[in-house]
Design a protein around this ligand. Structure first.
Ligand code: ZN
Length: 111
């Protein structure tokens, strides 16, 4: 990483704002997948607690667990399908972060 301007050797450099470049496009399936996995873990833990104390988990809890599991499954498959595109988007975003600008001479360069 170059922390000096290659033109004037100034240390007064800043990363070029990512607003100028493309922002990472987070797939909707990932936005559904992450909270539903967390919810599934909570529901499974509650079910285990019910099992341990020897109580019937109940229809509502069982149905909720199955529904959340299905949501995880569907969003997981959808995310898996857009994963290659998502990787490219993230790589582009990381490359954009390497762009720097000198506040001294307005020189822009890429590491
Ligand atoms: Zn400079």
């Amino acid at each position: 990483m170059n922390y000096r301007c290659p033109k004037c050797q100034s240390t007064k450099i800043m990363p070029v704002a990512s607003a100028a470049g493309p922002r990472p496009n987070i797939p909707k399936s990932l936005l559904v997948l992450v909270p539903s996995i967390l919810l599934l873990v909570v529901l499974v833990l509650i079910s285990i607690v019910f099992l341990v104390i020897g109580k019937d988990a109940g229809m509502i809890l069982q149905s909720a667990t199955i529904i959340v599991f299905l949501i995880c499954l569907v969003s997981g498959v959808l995310f898996w399908r857009v994963l290659p595109d998502f990787k490219i988007t993230m790589q582009n975003f990381m490359q954009d972060q390497k762009q720097w600008k000198c506040r001294q001479c307005n020189n822009e360069w890429q590491n």
